[in-house]
Ligand binder design. Structure first.
Ligand SMILES: Cc1cc2nc3c(=O)[nH]c(=O)nc-3n(C[C@H](O)[C@H](O)[C@H](O)COP(=O)(O)OP(=O)(O)OC[C@H]3O[C@@H](n4cnc5c(N)ncnc54)[C@H](O)[C@@H]3O)c2cc1C
Length: 429
């Protein structure tokens, strides 16, 4: 094995997965990792539970405190890479340090976007992206009575839930016509919305904040673009995220939605890889290049990048928009093309039982499942995922797909036996 200087920028899901994969094959090469964060490894997905007081700070860790030592990684926390020099094979940090590399992985993730008309530096205005953000919101809680959340996606609704559980009156302002619009369709969103409102959280859709009201340097309310004025001591902006690509802005590393990568997670440089929220990949079900800013995608991409860096070729099959969550007792799984704007090219199967908070939907094209929503009843998610990943022709049992009793047995005699065998061997089917 040839000794290499491996440099990883970013210390989260993708960077960690890459380190573990590299070290499973190469104990000789040096690995240097740089991150501008200083906290020990933590899961962003759990931040809202920490904010709600449901879990402690220690519970956010997803690797032990000695992870970097055990992996023989030289970690530089609190250091920000401002420039990558692909030809010189080195990076420069804002503290003046320079790090040379033979192979580089950019795993810098994404950041919360704050629209220009929102004064992001005003006291009481927050985003929820990092542990530092969550701690800052927590410090603001004593004495706060009302919060406004701008954005009704996964992070916005989780923030709303957390602040409501922390005892605040919460109002959510959503730009689109429904909550969780990237995950579920209008019918499913209506069912969730009823539960959200039952939990004393107000939601206004199709609206934006036109002005942030302030007094003595602090937020005291917002004016919505429909003229409604809302008091609040906390405003959480959860509109969307953007890939952290500033460090390569002066290079010719290709970017579009994120850093453009191929199936090896390589950029247009043969020794520079990208993985995670910063990387643009092929979406298997949407069949287009995009950034699926999800933890599972970041881990898988980090692993593929790690294999290729270590010299054991691996190909990424592609990303899929996939979310599994539980809102106020309603389990929700959404996968792939679950809520297409235009449903006309698809065959859509639905089972809607709002009174029981149950909604199931399968989106099919060319007899293959492209996406699904399972809400309230998620027991047959495993078999449906396998059919999607295996691109299986579902026409022989299409009428049974949404049945509560649909399982591997239902497909076994219809060419599904191999799917079943792979599933139980733990292979990706
Ligand atoms: C509140 C919340 C809830 C979420 N819930 C879910 C969920 O339920 N399911 C799910 O799949 N996903 C969820 N996500 C998304 C998930 O957390 C991300 O997809 C995942 O963290 C991406 O990992 P990553 O390694 O690509 O990047 P990140 O986790 O963004 O980490 C990138 C790291 O690089 C550092 N960095 C960036 N630029 C530089 C630089 N120039 N120099 C040095 N360091 C730099 C950053 O500070 C950061 O530490 C959630 C996210 C949030 C914020």
């Amino acid at each position: 094995m040839t000794f290499m200087r491996i440099l990883i920028i970013g210390n989260s899901a993708a960077g960690t997965a890459a380190i573990e994969t590299i070290r499973s094959q190469d104990n000789e090469s040096s690995i240097v990792q740089i991150s501008d964060e200083t906290h020990p490894l933590y899961s962003r997905c759990l931040l809202s539970y920490y904010l709600a007081g449901k879990i402690e700070k220690n519970d956010l860790s997803f690797r032990s405190a000695d992870f970097h030592k055990s992996m023989n990684v030289e970690l530089h926390p609190g250091r920000y890479v401002e420039e990558v020099d692909p030809l010189g094979q080195k990076v420069a940090c804002t503290d003046g340090s320079i790090h040379a590399y033979d192979k580089l992985l950019i795993a810098t993730g994404s950041s919360a976007k704050v629209p220009d008309h929102i004064p992001g530096n005003l006291e009481g205005v927050f985003v929820l992206r990092t542990l530092t953000d969550a701690e800052a919101i927590k410090r603001q809680l004593p004495g706060a009575k009302k919060a406004v959340i701008l954005g009704g996606g996964l992070v916005g609704m989780r923030a709303a839930d957390a602040l409501s559980r922390a005892g605040l009156k919460v109002f959510v302002i959503v730009g689109s016509n429904r909550i969780l619009s990237r995950m579920i369709d209008a019918e499913a969103a209506r069912i969730v919305l009823n539960t959200v409102r039952d939990n004393d959280i107000e939601v206004m859709t199709g609206a934006d904040v036109s002005e942030v009201l302030q007094k003595d340097g602090k937020v005291v309310g917002v004016m919505a673009d429909n003229g409604l004025m809302l008091d609040c001591e906390i405003l959480v902006v959860a509109k969307s995220v953007r890939a952290n690509t500033d460090l390569i802005r002066d290079t010719d590393i290709k970017t579009r939605w994120g850093i453009v990568t191929n199936a090896s997670m390589l950029t247009n440089y043969e020794n520079i890889y990208a993985a995670g929220d910063v990387a643009e990949t092929f979406d298997m079900t949407a069949e287009e290049y995009t950034v699926n800013a999800l933890w599972t995608c970041a881990v898988q991409q980090g692993r593929v990048a790690g294999r290729n860096i270590a010299g054991t070729p691996a190909q990424y099959a592609g990303s899929v928009a996939m979310n599994a969550l539980n809102f106020w007792g309603i389990p929700i799984i959404s996968f792939g093309v679950a809520a297409p704007e235009d449903e006309s090219p698809y065959t859509i199967l639905k089972d809607s039982r709002p009174a029981q908070n149950i909604y199931k939907k399968v989106v099919i094209a060319n007899n293959r499942i492209k996406g699904l929503i399972l809400m309230g009843q998620v027991a047959n998610a495993g078999v449906l995922f396998s059919l999607i990943q295996n691109k299986m022709d579902v026409s022989p049992f299409m009428d049974q797909l949404l049945s509560d009793r649909f399982n591997f047995g239902s497909v076994a005699g219809q060419g599904g036996k191999s799917v079943l065998e792979k599933y139980y061997r733990g292979q990706s089917v």
